[in-house]
Every structure is written in structure tokens, then in C-alpha cells.
Design a protein around this ligand. Structure first.
Ligand code: NI
Length: 150
């Protein structure tokens, strides 16, 4: 495992689309391990591969709710409902926060590091984290969802 450098605001890579993961190999496992270590090292609750310069649809989430690290590869939101407005930030934008509007509940499917499809239902912070990381894979940043600052 290794801590990778997190790309910051002015890096145009953050605006690019990530491609699907096709190989569920040791390299993917290494990437996911590194993402988790980098996320924990930076005290964040989510980190997408694009944020360390890898344009693949993979991310890790750990909201500190006891679920541990959730790895999502090629995720797709199946259903979302309700809305919530909470403060949100991003490891690529240290010190920048805003109140965003996100779905209250999301259901998604994603592959794990072995390529198996898993289903998730999340609410609250975890739902927001899933949406935030999936946005990253499409080059979308949280500022797009900010409705007000504090
Ligand atoms: Ni982010």
C-alpha cells in the first residue's frame, strides 16, 4: 500500500471522464488499497481514482459509520429518492465547503475488486458520498451541487 498524491483544484484531470474498469487484476487491487490508505491519511470519507490521476471508474468510501471501506467499481445508481441539504467538501478542494442538495436515499450496484456485482442502499452521509464519488467519475465536482455557502 502507498499513499498517492491527491490532485488539487486547478488540475484539469479532475474534469475528465473516467473509463470503465475492465481488468480485475492485481493492479486494480493495488489501486483500491492505495485509495483507501490515501483517503484515511487525508481524513476524508471518499476518494475516486481520478483524484490520484487514474481515469478509471473506481472509488472507495468510508464514512466512519462502522461499515468500513466500501470499494465501488463501475458503479451505477439504480434509484434515488428524497433530498437532503448538508455541508459537503472534497479532498481535492481542501478548506472549501458548501451546502449541497443530494438525494436522501440511493440504491446502486457496483462491482467489487473481484468483478462481482454488489448492491447497496445508502442514506444520509453515505448516500452523499456515493453520489459525490460517482460524480467524480464523470468529471463533475461538488461545487455544481452547492446551493449556498453555510
Ligand atoms: Ni471529492
Amino acid at each position: 500500500m502507498a499513499i498517492r498524491r491527491i490532485l488539487k483544484h486547478d488540475d484539469l484531470t479532475l474534469l475528465k471522464n473516467s473509463r470503465p474498469v475492465e481488468r480485475f487484476d492485481d493492479r486494480l487491487a493495488q489501486l483500491l488499497d492505495d485509495l483507501a490508505q490515501t483517503m484515511h491519511g487525508a481524513e476524508g470519507c471518499g476518494l475516486a481514482a481520478v483524484q490520484v490521476g487514474v481515469l478509471r471508474r473506481a472509488a472507495v468510501i468510508d464514512c466512519g459509520d462502522g461499515s468500513g471501506v466500501t470499494e465501488i467499481v463501475n458503479p451505477e445508481i439504480i434509484e434515488s429518492s428524497g433530498s437532503q441539504e448538508e455541508q459537503e467538501g472534497c479532498l481535492s478542494f481542501p478548506g472549501e465547503y458548501g451546502i449541497t442538495r443530494r438525494p436522501a436515499v440511493v440504491k446502486l450496484r457496483a462491482q467489487n475488486r473481484r468483478g462481482q456485482w454488489c448492491f447497496y442502499k445508502a442514506e444520509g452521509l453515505r448516500a452523499r458520498a456515493f453520489c459525490h464519488e460517482i460524480d467524480h467519475m464523470n468529471g463533475v465536482l461538488f461545487q455544481k451541487h452547492v446551493i449556498r455557502k453555510e
